[in-house]
Design a protein around this ligand. Structure first.
Ligand SMILES: Cc1cc2nc3c(=O)[nH]c(=O)nc-3n(C[C@H](O)[C@H](O)[C@H](O)COP(=O)(O)O)c2cc1C
Length: 194
C-alpha cells in the first residue's frame, strides 16, 4: 500500500508559486506515495492558553499530521526565515508538551522563491525546528528552487526538462528515505526509543 504523505504549503497566497511547485511534486511522486495536503490556512494564532482545549481547526491539523506517515514541506522564505503562518502551524502541532505530532515523521523540505538562493535560509531554519521536534529529515538532495514562470504550467506540469528531471529525482529520493525511516521505526524494531 502507498504511504500517506502530508504536504504543507508555507504560503497562503492563492497564486503561490510554492503551491504550483507542490502540485508539480504531487504529479511527479512515485506510486509508493499518496500525497495529501494538510492545510494551515484556518489555524488561529498559537496561544498556550488554548492548548488543552483548542478550536476544531487545531485538532483537525494535529490529526492530519499524525495520520501521515511522512511530511513534505513546500515553502517560501520570508525575510530570510520561515513564513509566520507555517511556523504557527508547526507550533500548534508540537504541543501540548508530550504530544508533539511531528516526532519520527520522515520529512522533506523544499521551497521556491523569486530570489537567487531559492529558500536556502528558510530551509536551514526549518531544519533546526524539525530537529528539535525529532523529525528525521531528507538531507540530500537539497532542493532550492529559483522560480521562473516559464518553468511550470498553471496545472503544475513542469515545462522545463532539467527542472522536471530534478524534481522527479527529488521525489524518488524522498520516497526511498520514507521507506528507510519507516522500516527503522516500525514497532518492535530494536532501535526504537520512546
Ligand atoms: C514578506 C515577504 C518576505 C520575503 N522575503 C524573501 C526572502 O527572504 N527571500 C526570498 O528569496 N524571497 C523573499 N520574498 C519573495 C518571495 O520569494 C516571493 O514573494 C514568492 O512568490 C513567495 O512565495 P509564494 O508565491 O509561494 O507565496 C519575500 C516575500 C514576502 C511577501
Amino acid at each position: 500500500m502507498a504511504h500517506r504523505i502530508g504536504y504543507l504549503i508555507g504560503s497562503l497566497a492563492h497564486d503561490s508559486i510554492n503551491r504550483v511547485v507542490a502540485t508539480a511534486l504531487v504529479k511527479l511522486a512515485p506510486p509508493s506515495l499518496e500525497m495529501v495536503e494538510i492545510p494551515i490556512r484556518d489555524l488561529p494564532l498559537y496561544n498556550r492558553d488554548d492548548e488543552l482545549d483548542p478550536v476544531a481547526a487545531v485538532t483537525t491539523f494535529k490529526h492530519a499530521v499524525e495520520r501521515a506517515e511522512g511530511l513534505l514541506i513546500v515553502s517560501p522564505e520570508y525575510n530570510r526565515s520561515i513564513p509566520g503562518a507555517l511556523k504557527n502551524a508547526i507550533d500548534w502541532g508540537s504541543r501540548p508538551w508530550g504530544h508533539n505530532s511531528f516526532a519520527r515523521k520522515p520529512t522533506g523540505i523544499i521551497g521556491a522563491s523569486t530570489g537567487a538562493i531559492g529558500t536556502a535560509v528558510m530551509q536551514s531554519s526549518m531544519r533546526s525546528v524539525l530537529s528539535f521536534l525529532n523529525a528525521p529529515q531528507l538531507n540530500a538532495p537539497e532542493a532550492y528552487l529559483t522560480y521562473r514562470p516559464e518553468m511550470f504550467g498553471p496545472d503544475g506540469t513542469v515545462e522545463d526538462a532539467g527542472t522536471k528531471k530534478f524534481l522527479e529525482h527529488y521525489m524518488e529520493e524522498y520516497a526511498a528515505f520514507v521507506e528507510r525511516v519507516l522500516s527503522l521505526t516500525a514497532p518492535g524494531h530494536v532501535g526504537d526509543q520512546d
